[in-house]
Design a protein around this ligand. Structure first.
Ligand code: XMP
Length: 333
């Protein structure tokens, strides 16, 4: 639509003016905000932008490849993928406390990103080095950190963010989405050619599957969880609610599978199984501060359960989480 076209032209001009002939680094996470920021900045300055994508091994099924396909493949942006799964798994080994897990993941994420950014800042033979760090900060983030909103008295979960990074790296900050609300960011993403499904994806926490594997994080668990989660999401996207004409993916605010490191007995063919349990979580919410569990149709729950148990060897039981927030939180950790 032409109003969005005008907006893009204006934003592009502003970015070009601010950046000049300098180089820009951006941390790509696969999330909506950093993706849209990357697409917009790439539209403005092309190869002066380098994206750094830290793959911590706790992403969803094929997520890393999809990010690369979109940005390196389709948009022809410069993207450095850092495969840090072994590093993250190594540091997480034996750690079961949720807050501790969050802190480790957040710290490693910043360390890995900083190391890459430092290399890019230093430049090389043909490059003079980066001068800007771009971030997908959106208006609600600005308001929150400016103290306009009353801060919660207690931290229930420490969310990892990369505050202070530009100063530490000695880079100037580029935040082209600072004035936009989430729905505007999504519209902008679509107008820039990002796929609808990417831009309208449910939120995904920074620590990724690290907080959806209860207790000790192991690659074996992450692999089982990824496959189960992909089945749940696929079925939610396929199932249409007759009354509203919307899919159950659209009718839920966030839905995912949680891995429980608990084994239970089952029967398959004429054998006994002793395998892991997963929980399905699907919520409806406006602001994620409170949430209701989604009343998914029984047929849908049954289909998801059958598919997970039949297709993911190692899982033999599926349960549905019927807890509201409060008192439960949306994530299990
Ligand atoms: P809870 O579990 O606190 O989650 O009800 C509320 C929303 O926040 C997301 N969440 C996180 N996002 N880093 C993030 O970036 C985190 O550590 C984190 N913990 C929870 C959660 O997915 C939900 O959307």
């Amino acid at each position: 639509d032409w109003i969005m076209g005008d907006y893009i032209a204006e934003a592009v001009a502003k970015i070009r003016e601010q950046v000049g002939d300098e180089e820009v680094i951006l941390g790509l996470s696969g999330g909506v905000d950093s993706s849209v920021a990357a697409a917009l900045i790439h539209r403005a300055i092309g190869d002066q932008l380098t994206c750094v994508f830290v793959d911590h091994g706790l992403l969803r099924l094929n997520e890393g490849d999809m990010v690369m396909e979109m940005f390196a493949g389709k948009l022809h942006a410069k993207v450095i993928r850092v495969d840090a799964a072994d590093l993250f798994m190594g540091e997480l080994a034996g750690v079961s406390d949720p807050e501790q897990k969050r802190k480790i993941i957040g710290r490693l994420f910043v360390d890995v990103f900083k190391a890459e950014a430092a290399k890019l800042k230093a430049g090389d033979g043909g490059h003079k080095g980066a001068a800007f760090l771009a971030q997908g900060t959106i208006y609600p983030d600005v308001v929150e950190s400016g103290g306009t909103k009353t801060k919660k008295a207690t931290t229930i979960k420490s969310h990892h963010n990369v505050g202070g990074l530009p100063e530490q790296l000695g880079l100037k900050l580029l935040e082209p989405l600072r004035e936009l609300f989430k729905d505007e960011v999504r519209e902008l993403g679509v107008a820039l050619g990002l796929p609808h499904d990417m831009v309208y994806r449910h939120p995904f926490p920074g620590p990724g599957l690290g907080v959806r594997i209860l207790g000790d994080v192991k690659m074996e668990y992450a692999d089982l969880l990824r496959r189960a989660d992909a089945i749940f999401i696929e079925e939610l996207r396929k199932a249409v609610d007759a009354a509203s004409g919307k899919t159950w993916y659209e009718l839920t605010s966030q839905a995912f599978v949680v891995f429980l490191p608990v084994k239970s007995v089952g029967v398959m063919g004429d054998g006994r199984t002793y395998d892991y349990v997963v929980a399905l979580r699907a919520v409806q919410t406006q602001d994620f501060m409170t949430a209701h569990w989604a009343h998914l149709p029984y047929e849908l729950l049954g289909k998801v359960s059958n598919r997970i148990i039949n297709e993911v060897r190692g899982i033999n039981r599926v349960v549905y989480d019927v807890s509201g927030k409060p008192p439960a939180t949306i994530e299990w950790e």
